[in-house]
Design a protein. Structure first.
Length: 91
């Protein structure tokens, strides 16, 4: 787990970030760039609603993909931190 966020942190998509489907792929975009989202990233970003905690997102991911909750928590945290750097998500 990283020091920057905790399991009780609540991520949300930034108001200036856009999510669009183009030619069958899902993209997240900020003012300058667009990034293709894989299935896991799309699931997490759809649920990053400003009410769902990182812990809850990890539980959803663990259930959906039948993985360990701790592993899902680490994966969610890493992905969300990447999306914070890309100005798609904020806490």
């Amino acid at each position: 787990m990283t020091d920057e966020i905790t399991p009780d942190s609540v991520p949300r998509r930034r108001l200036d970030a856009r999510i669009r489907r183009y030619r069958g792929a899902l993209y997240a975009a900020n003012a300058e760039s667009a990034f293709e989202l894989n299935e896991v990233a799309a699931l997490i970003l759809r649920r990053a609603d400003g009410r769902t905690t990182l812990r809850e997102l990890a539980a959803l991911l663990a259930e959906e993909y039948e993985i360990d909750v701790d592993e899902a928590l680490t994966d969610c945290a890493e992905l969300l931190l990447d999306l914070v750097e890309k100005e798609i998500v904020e806490f």
